[in-house]
Design a protein around this ligand. Sequence first.
Ligand code: CA
Length: 230
Amino acid sequence: MPHKILVIEDESSISDIVRAYLEKEGFLVKIAEKAQEGLNYLKEGVDLIILDLMLPDMDGEEVCQAVREISDIPIIMLTAKSSEDDRVKGLSLGADDYVVKPFSPRELVARVKALLRRTGAFKKGTMSFNKGKLVINPDTMEVLKDGMPVKLTQTEFKLLHRLAERPGQVFPREQLISLILGYDYEGYDRTIDAHIKNLRHKIEDDPRAPKFIKTVYGVGYKFTGQRDED
Ligand code: CA
């Protein structure tokens, strides 16, 4: 599922590599070259910060403190300093982890994943499919397509959620009708078809060649997305 990672780092040679490795793993990456720019991004909602200790406008330690005043979002500090003192200082300022430059991007990615897991940012209940292409959060009723929020009606969300909970299972139309109407109803096949059509337009790249919701002719529908591992 696409987590948003904010990288606050003024050296583009480093942030470019970090971005490439994180994006390859399906993360959404924002890069800020200055601390203030990075702090502004926080309002947009970020799941984890990779923070360079040496920045042009603010000390990474000050940034860390500024972040901690408003949020407990996980922070990994990047630094050239490697003495025990600096390490302890970074952690006491509220960083959750610490990576010393030069570092292996692969190790950094592993730390990002571990930290997200540890801090519970891998939200329970969230379902991600096809390497983060489609994300469904039943708690907030949010749906993301390619990381972008999709506006669904309540009925569309109900349908999608029910289908996606059991990939591969064929749902007869009548079952879906009773799901959205609350009881058995006859003659509403077209209603379901119309909802599915709208849903496909919102979540599929090509609604005429759907990857997520397939028609089972004469019966109903099934969800065919591949669930990502949590
Ligand atoms: Ca720097």
